[in-house]
Structures are given as structure tokens and as C-alpha cells.
Design a protein around this ligand. Structure first.
Ligand code: PLP
Length: 395
């Protein structure tokens, strides 16, 4: 027996553990100080009433023999797939709910599991810095990973380089951690590149709900040509606070095939072999997200986070600090002042303002010298943290 030794090549994930460690140490030494956290990537507002009510009635259905549900369809119930198709229709994207939408327990699982349908000898292009799941899942499978540099020069939005031959391309927009979002015109360049290289784009749209600017893409399928080269991953985690409830979906266009191999068919085969679906109760709650009532309530939550992001970005505008994000994203990615390194700035902010963020260096080499703040905290904490940052950095 041999274990998969590729696991030895996966980088140690110490970022959030180290953040927690340094905060705990500081609090122990200064029990009188109130530490404010703007580092979390998790939502904090509860599920909206329309979702709660749908969850309750689904629980009641499970209590009666006439309405009880056992195993459901592998790709999710039709009522949810149709609701998702309706959501896309409003952004001008027509999807076949029966063949192109696959419901799952979240974007992270699908982003990892989708690799089952790709050969291990594919070359993978990943932006740096980025959400670590893309790199780690490929390293576990022994694939070669190359990087597209996201830097201040390109606004943390790398563009295709035709000298580079990639087979699988990851794009996350709006991006975690940088908050930067591609325009539709920029994404068209990526779609053209992928089609010309016979490659596939794995498009992570987990933060699409924060996009308010019409020039920016919310789905890769708003771009002509994407149906032959892209798979989109989305999630109810950020739009509807489902991080603990768990529901997401993947869109695979029927036209995505190579040499007679159809990606959507292969994915359904994979899911029906290794996955038994998302709980009926959760899918009922998820469908309520896309109802008129649900959307109205959710918009209020999203505006709450958007106001927090605005508070942070306005503070940085006032201080003259360079940043990306904050406008169509819950993340603000700032350049550490005075040439400080990411962890140096982390300690400086913790010790002098008692504010916690996330060091950019933890997301890739190009993250060094940058720092992530998030809008997912409470309004009160965000306001106080912004005040403290302002007073400290003004000095
Ligand atoms: N994609 C990105 C870029 C994320 O930041 C996250 C979570 O933070 C996910 C995917 C995971 O989403 P889910 O909760 O649906 O697994």
C-alpha cells in the first residue's frame, strides 16, 4: 500500500491559525484592551425570515408520511434548479435547468470535486494571490500549477498571456482576497484565450452578489463564447448567509465538450457515484432565497455589508492608502503603509489600534506587503475599527 504522497507537497495552512495565535497572545498580555476583528471571511447576519419560514415548513413536511422525502435527485430538486435558472435569467443568462445546473453542499466541495473529471496531466493556471483551495486541490492530485501574477500594476487582475499554455484556468471575480473584479470586456479576453487554447475556465462567482456596477461581470456566462470553455461555481454562502446551512451550485453548459466527452454528463456521473444530494430541507430554504420576498430581505443584508465596505474604503481614501475592492466586494485589499510587510503591519495594527485583519502574504507571494480587511463584521465594530485605523495611520 502507498499513500498519496502528493499530500506532502501541500503547503501547511497556518494563516488563520497564526492570526488566532497572535491575537490570543496579545489578549492574554492585555486583558483590558478590546480587540476588533475585521479579518473574518464568514458572514455574521442571520438567515432572513423568508428562508427560516421555508426551512420550518420543510421540517414539518418531513414529519408526515405523505410529504416525507428520502433520497432526492443527485443534481438537486427541480424547484431549486428552476429558481436558480430564474436568477440567471435576470442577468440575461439563459440556462437549461434540467441539464446545466447542479446543486451541491457548497462551492468549496464542487471546486475540489470537479477535478475528478479532468486528467491529471493538465497544466493549471492560478492567479497569485488567491483563495488557497484552487492550488491545494490540484497539488493533492499531483497536477502542475503555474501562476498568473496579480499585482498593483495590473490592479490585481492578471490578463491572459498567449505565450503561456494552460489547460485549466481559475478565475475568481470579485476576488478573494483582493476584492478586485473583472469587467465584462476583460473577461471576454480570458474567454477568447481559453477557447483558443482549448482550455477550460473554472469561474468562481461566490461573491457575484456584491457586484452593483453594470460593466462588471456577475457570471462568466454573460460573456459570449463562455459556453464552450467555462464552468461556474456559485454558492448561497455569501448571498444568503448559508455558510453554516450549506448549499451551492455549479453551472456546466451543455456545449462544453471535447472529442465527444461531455463535461455536464461526466459531472452528473461523478455526483451520482460519490454524492447523495443536499438535504431537502436545505434546498427548500435555498429556493426561498430566490423568491421575491427572499430577494428583498437579502438585499437589505447585502446593503449592510456594502455599507461596512464603504466605511473601510472611505477611510483609506481619506488616508491616501492604495487599495482594491470595497466597492463591488466585501473585501478591501490595501497596501501596507510605509513599505511594511504583511505580518509587520498585522502586529502594528494589533498592538497600536487593537484591530485584526488578514496578512496578504498568506494568500500567495504577491500578497506580501498587502493586507485584507472584510466587511462581514457588525456595523458598530466596523465603525469603531475604522476610527482607530484613521487615528493611528494619520500620525
Ligand atoms: N470560493 C471563494 C472564493 C470563497 O472565498 C469561499 C468561501 O469563503 C468559497 C468559494 C466557499 O464557498 P462555500 O461556503 O459555498 O463552500
Amino acid at each position: 500500500m502507498n499513500f498519496n504522497l502528493n499530500y506532502d507537497n501541500v503547503a501547511e495552512s497556518y494563516l488563520f491559525a497564526e492570526v488566532a495565535n497572535r491575537v490570543a497572545k496579545y489578549q492574554k498580555a492585555h486583558p483590558d484592551k478590546k480587540v476588533l476583528k475585521l479579518g473574518i471571511g464568514d458572514v455574521t447576519l442571520p438567515l432572513v425570515p423568508a428562508v427560516i419560514s421555508a426551512l420550518h415548513s420543510a421540517v414539518d413536511e418531513m414529519s408526515r408520511a405523505e410529504t416525507f422525502k428520502g433520497y432526492g435527485p443527485y443534481e438537486g430538486y427541480a424547484f431549486l434548479r428552476e429558481s436558480i435558472a430564474g436568477y440567471y435569467k435576470k442577468m440575461g443568462v439563459t440556462l437549461n435547468a434540467d441539464k446545466e445546473i447542479f446543486v451541491s453542499d457548497g462551492a468549496k466541495s464542487d471546486l475540489g470535486n470537479i477535478l475528478d473529471i479532468f486528467s491529471d496531466d493538465n497544466v493549471v493556471l492560478v492567479p497569485d494571490p488567491v483563495y488557497p483551495v484552487y492550488v491545494d486541490t490540484n497539488v493533492m492530485a499531483g497536477r502542475k500549477v503555474i501562476y498568473a501574477d496579480a499585482t498593483e500594476k495590473n490592479g490585481f487582475l492578471p490578463m491572459p498571456d498567449y505565450k503561456v499554455d494552460a489547460d485549466i484556468i481559475y478565475i475568481c471575480s470579485p476576488n478573494n482576497p483582493t476584492g478586485a473584479a473583472y469587467t465584462k470586456a476583460q473577461l471576454k479576453e480570458w474567454v477568447d484565450y481559453a477557447n483558443s487554447k482549448n482550455a477550460v475556465i473554472l469561474y468562481d462567482a461566490a461573491y457575484e452578489c456584491f457586484v452593483s456596477d453594470d460593466n462588471l461581470a456577475r457570471s462568466i456566462f454573460q460573456i459570449k463564447g463562455a459556453e464552450t470553455c467555462a464552468i461556474e461555481f456559485c454558492s448561497l454562502s455569501k448571498i444568503a448567509g448559508f455558510t453554516g446551512t450549506r448549499c451551492g451550485y455549479t453551472v456546466i453548459p451543455a456545449a462544453l465538450e471535447r472529442k465527444g466527452f461531455n463535461a455536464g454528463k461526466a459531472w452528473l456521473r461523478r455526483q451520482s457515484t460519490k454524492f447523495n444530494g443536499v438535504p431537502y430541507i436545505v434546498q427548500k430554504g435555498a429556493a426561498a432565497v430566490f423568491s421575491e420576498e427572499g430577494m428583498t430581505e437579502i438585499r437589505q443584508n447585502l446593503s449592510y455589508y456594502a455599507r461596512n465596505a464603504k466605511l473601510i474604503s472611505e477611510c483609506l481614501d481619506e488616508l491616501g492608502v492604495w487599495y482594491t475592492g470595497g466597492k463591488n466586494s466585501p473585501y478591501v485589499w490595501l497596501k501596507c503603509p510605509d513599505g511594511m510587510k504583511s505580518w509587520e503591519f498585522f502586529d502594528y495594527l494589533l498592538e497600536n489600534a487593537q484591530v485584526v485583519g488578514t496578512p496578504g502574504a498568506g494568500f500567495g507571494k504577491n500578497g506580501e506587503g498587502y493586507f485584507r480587511l472584510t466587511a462581514f463584521g457588525s456595523e458598530q465594530v466596523t465603525k469603531e475599527a475604522v476610527q482607530r485605523i484613521k487615528s493611528l495611520l494619520k500620525k
